[in-house]
Design a binder for this molecule. Sequence first.
Ligand SMILES: Cc1ncc(COP(=O)(O)O)c(C=O)c1O
Length: 397
Amino acid sequence: MTNGTYDRYRSAIEGEQMPLAYVDRAALDANIRTTQRRAGELPIRVASKSIRCRNILAYVLEHDGFEGIMCYTGTEAAYLAEHGFDNLLVAYPVVDRTELSTVCAAVADGTTITLMVDSPAHVECIADCVPEDSPTVPLCLDIDMSTSHFGIHFGVRRSPITTPDQARTLATTIANTAGVELRGVMGYEGQIAGIPDDDPSNTAMMDWVIRRLKSRSIDRLHARRQAVIKALAEAGHELAFVNGGGTGSLESTTDDESVTEVTVGSGIFAPALFDGYRAFDYEPAAGFAIEVVRTPTDGMVTCRGGGYIASGTPGVDKTPTPHLPAETSLRDAEGAGEVQTPVKYDRAHELSLGDPVVFRHAKAGELCAQFETLRVIEGDTIVDRHSTYRGDGRCFL
Ligand SMILES: Cc1ncc(COP(=O)(O)O)c(C=O)c1O
């Protein structure tokens, strides 16, 4: 990224109040194309948690290969259904009765909303909320894809279902429960999709270890996913889809012949954490701008706001990254602050009061949880303003 891009963004947002969030249309389009190429023949489900803006979801879904949304709550799925979206998969279990009733109502209105389960208790909870004479609610079985290497747990801690037998037993429970039906299986390999393996903040040795662990894990998790799908087919359970992967794992997920669709969210905005993968390159497509309000010393400005820290294990990698102008950085002693963020900069590019400093969020969707509007920048102009979920007055988690 050059200071040409900085100048372009500065012209685009001139006269706008900061802080503000933006998406760069050309970079967004490039990321959509990269995702299409990486997914090959498989349909791509968009992970809404990494977008959190209806217009952008709709825009992505207009492109070839993108089909359906992976939602993060039932209330969100019902909200998207209200706005005409369909083929919605809620990727995380919902146990709240009010929320489940809202989903059941949306299903009764004709939207396909598939709910995630990994235990008989989940199935019972959902079935209890399906009114009599209502259409059945489709369910998806979440299979644990984590693996263990030399006693190290590699992967997320979500579903307890790790064997074909356990999957078959739960599928039978679903088949025997009124009001619900089995529609799909999801096996999310978080340890491949969500862990950078070419990370400048890692040592070369650490990256090497992660890549070795990943490659060992991939063989095992593919075998497990395939065994589960085979066992379900042999037991007569027909599946509409087998979902796998995420932005970081498309190259390997598409190699598993049991997978019928992949999920991508983060790759669309390409936040800073997704720079650290060897297999692909996305373009920074979204970020936020804060304004210079003081100059504490030479080579340093202090901006208003900026402390939009990402979720996950706390660490420097979860803080926003100064992006533009080039050669800007945070102070180790302060980081990005709640109300004031000092930024060190290269004096070749002078910064004055009121100038923007452009940052990237560490994670994708959390940007839109902090801002009400996404400015769409094309060239050096704002061509659109999209309301985020937050701008819609909605906060699902
Ligand atoms: C179930 C599931 N699938 C896929 C993804 C991948 O999303 P992204 O492409 O935003 O990394 C995630 C992210 O956490 C997830 O939880």
